[in-house]
Design a protein around this ligand. Structure first.
Ligand SMILES: C[S@@+](CC[C@H](N)C(=O)[O-])C[C@H]1O[C@@H](n2cnc3c(N)ncnc32)[C@H](O)[C@@H]1O
Length: 267
């Protein structure tokens, strides 16, 4: 298995953020194309909440999830079990070398995964190999350079600059959203539907949840370690940024928008 570079890790703060994801808020580009009975691979399933929604649409026995880390595979299994979904398989594998025969799936889905892999074009080629001709490869990734918030904050500007740096040094592409079309073309896809969409946090509850996940990532866990290791943000800097998120969340005028790129590519 090739080395992977996953900037966020699987701490409670990361999972609290990821568990808010649903097919409705994170896979709306794909859902209208899904049919009961579709054989679907969810690549990089992580917290597994989107996985569970997709399993309900295609039928649990038709869904396979892949995770590169045993810890994450266990999280996906736990979420599926907690939601009463039985019959889906969770496989430990790297997206760049999938343990499936050619043409195994009707649909391959990957949400917020390509931004973390060293060779996204190679993963797309592999996704295509395991998808039947005419099947769909559905990808969605955020684009950190397109994150916008209000009110303006120099501390949060510094956080974003440091995050971009850390994710790149970990071998990822934090601007993946804008690159998906180019990666799909480089992987040889010709029939590609492109879109973009956002998450928007403006209610008290949404802002609190966004601040909890980011302040937690800054204080402790894989991202905090990366920021420290790369000499980008020390403990005081990180605490200041964590507090800036919490202060932002308490502001009635606070607003945050997260840009995503999306593609639906035909195999
Ligand atoms: C940001 S999380 C997204 C999880 C889930 N798709 C979601 O949106 O909630 C990225 C996931 O991709 C997994 N991952 C990273 N590199 C991978 C690779 N090469 N192959 C398979 N999964 C990978 C990580 O372990 C992590 O769980």
């Amino acid at each position: 298995m090739s080395e992977h570079h996953y900037t966020h890790g699987y701490s409670a703060a990361v999972m609290a953020g990821h568990r808010r994801r649903t097919a409705e808020n994170s896979a709306a580009h794909l859902v209208p194309h899904l049919r009961s009975g579709d054989r679907l691979l969810d690549l990089g399933s992580g917290a597994g909440t989107i996985t569970a929604d997709l399993a309900r649409i295609v039928g649990p026995e038709n869904l396979t999830a892949v995770e590169v880390a045993e810890e994450a595979a266990a999280l996906t299994r736990g979420e599926l079990a907690a939601q009463g979904i039985e019959g889906s398989e969770v496989v430990l594998a790297d997206g760049s070398a999938l343990p499936f025969a050619d043409d195994t799936f009707d649909v391959v889905h990957a949400h917020q995964v390509l931004q973390h892999v060293a060779d996204p074009v190679g993963v797309l080629r592999e996704a295509r190999r395991v998808t039947r001709p005419g099947g769909i490869i559905a990808i969605r990734d955020s684009d950190y350079g397109g994150f916008r918030w209000f009110p303006q904050s120099e501390v949060l500007d510094h956080w974003l600059a440091c995050y971009l740096d850390a994710a790149c040094r970990n071998g990822g592409s934090p601007d993946a959203g804008r690159r998906l079309l180019s990666w799909a073309r480089a992987a040889g896809f010709e029939d590609i539907t492109v879109s973009s969409s956002t998450w928007c946090y403006a209610t008290e509850e949404e802002k609190e949840a966004w601040a909890i996940t980011w302040s937690g990532r800054l204080r402790d866990g894989a991202l905090a370690d990366s920021l420290q290791r790369h000499g980008l943000m020390g403990p005081e800097d990180r605490e200041q940024a964590a507090r800036a998120f919490e202060q932002w969340a308490r502001q009635p005028d606070g607003w945050f928008s997260v840009l995503h790129g999306e593609i639906l590519a035909r195999a």
